[in-house]
Design a protein around this ligand. Structure first.
Ligand SMILES: NC(=O)c1ccc[n+]([C@@H]2O[C@H](COP(=O)([O-])OP(=O)(O)OC[C@H]3O[C@@H](n4cnc5c(N)ncnc54)[C@H](O)[C@@H]3O)[C@@H](O)[C@H]2O)c1
Length: 420
């Protein structure tokens, strides 16, 4: 571990590689660069301390640079023990950002680093999974009056925030960035769709064509995973608990069945539910020899890994990001220790998709600062106009032109008198 006054990273000499990866990301994040250009001129975040717990990836690095361009002081740690890109963490440290993160963090380091971000006394928190908000509310409630608000990146974080709000426990405003159309309908769908398969491929190099691929959860992420697996020639099976989503999966042409049935016929299993113990030992015992299991949901509780360990007669790491468990004489392969496979075994979402997600984060921070006197504690939505602006920025970045409503069409669409 390399330590400095304001950083703790795996290896500071990786900074040069990290800089090149940051350059690669920057080249594909045109929408976010537009926000950064404006931030540079207007400095809307002057004097604001932003504390972040996000996956420390090259795309997050560009968000950090954007917030700094806006005048903010930034401290960052990871939000998952296996998702940090060590070269990017080193590059950010070299740039003078306060960063504490490495891939393979112990639980102790994970919470120590979160605490470092909390000690930085952020005015704004940016979370992916709600650990920062949760730690602040549980252990540092005294600092809440100084906090303007927070931003949450993912579905699981929103589930936790909604639970906090319901309990009357949430004491500052948090913007549900995940709920932007330009976040969950793009990042969760296209991003998780592609990168989860990328993670499984890097861990196993398995052929998807012809494989029964069981997607657990048919939400924004599950739909993306199912589409991309179909694109690779897989026979997709969906497991769901929600009536409408199960119906949607069936009408989209997938076989829908309970995990108990799917377990026996699946070759590859991918959980993306945000729920706990979706794949349990009783399911794993039914699986075929050499079945592959992966999770792309936020926390590592979707697959009962502890139960799997207990049920196995032996286990070994067969290659990077792939563990083999022998259970009832069958070899079952677990990718990325059951942590989000796209970040544990690959590089997370492609930069293009993170550009719109992180425009959402940057503009949410600006919104909180601008409206600090009126925003109330609770989970709040970013106004639709901002979401729409982000989509426009991304269209521009992609060089795509669209139609505009004529005056006649505007009148027609806002009137009720005109019929057949
Ligand atoms: N890997 C990534 O980079 C990435 C990116 C975005 C979101 N996420 C995470 O992925 C998870 C899913 O996100 P989402 O936006 O798709 O959520 P979502 O709410 O849109 O969908 C989740 C679906 O899972 C279903 N579900 C819940 N429990 C289930 C069970 N026991 N069996 C089968 N289905 C079940 C729900 O009914 C729902 O349809 C969350 O944890 C989210 O934080 C990960």
């Amino acid at each position: 571990m390399d330590k400095g006054d304001n950083y703790e990273v795996k290896d500071i000499s990786l900074a040069e590689q990290g800089m090149m990866n940051l350059e690669m990301a920057e080249a594909r994040m045109g929408a976010l660069l537009k926000v950064r250009e404006r931030f540079e001129k207007e400095k809307p975040l002057d004097g604001i301390r932003v504390g972040m717990a996000l996956h420390v990836t090259k795309e997050t690095g560009i968000l950090v640079r954007t917030l700094i361009a806006g005048g903010a002081d930034v401290a960052i740690t990871g939000c998952n023990p296996l998702s940090t890109q060590d070269d990017v963490a080193a590059a950010l440290a070299k740039e003078g950002v306060k960063v504490w993160a490495y891939k393979g963090e112990t639980n102790e380091d994970y919470y120590r680093y979160l605490n470092n971000v909390i000690e930085f006394k952020p005015h704004i928190t940016i979370d992916d999974g709600c650990d920062l908000v949760s730690e602040i509310h549980k252990k540092h409630a005294d600092m809440i009056p100084e906090i303007i608000g927070g931003c949450e990146e993912t579905t699981t974080g929103i589930i936790r925030l909604n639970a906090m709000e319901k309990d009357g426990a949430l004491k500052y405003p948090v913007i549900a960035v995940n709920d932007n159309k330009t976040k969950h309908l793009l990042d969760n769908y296209y991003g998780t769709g592609q990168s989860s398969l990328d993670g499984i491929l890097r861990a196993t190099n398995i052929l998807f064509a012809g494989k029964n691929t069981v997607v657990c959860g048919y939400g924004s992420c599950g739909k993306g995973v199912a589409t991309r697996a179909t694109g690779l020639g897989a026979n997709v099976i969906v497991s769901e608990v929600d009536n409408f989503r199960a119906l949607q999966a069936a009408l989209d042409g997938y076989r829908v069945m309970p995990m108990e049935e799917a377990a026996a016929i699946g070759d590859i299993f991918i959980t993306v539910t945000g729920d706990k113990h979706v794949i349990r030992t009783e399911h794993i015992r039914k699986m075929k020899d050499t079945a592959v299991i992966a999770n792309s949901g936020h926390f590592d509780c979707e697959i009962d890994v502890a139960g799997m360990k207990k049920a196995s007669s032996s286990s070994r790491r067969v290659r990077q990001s792939l563990d083999e468990y022998v259970i009832d004489g069958k070899r079952i392969y677990l990718c990325g220790e059951g942590r989000l496979v796209n970040l544990a075994a690959a590089e997370g979402h492609p930069s293009e998709v993170m550009a719109t997600s992180f425009c959402g984060q940057a503009l949410a921070v600006e919104y909180l600062v601008k409206n600090k006197d009126s925003v109330k504690p609770g989970v709040i939505k970013l106004p639709d106009e901002i979401d729409d602006t982000i989509a426009g920025l991304q269209l521009d970045a992609m060089g795509i032109k669209k139609d505009e409503l004529t005056e006649e069409q505007k009148r027609y669409l806002s009137s009720w008198e005109e019929g057949t």
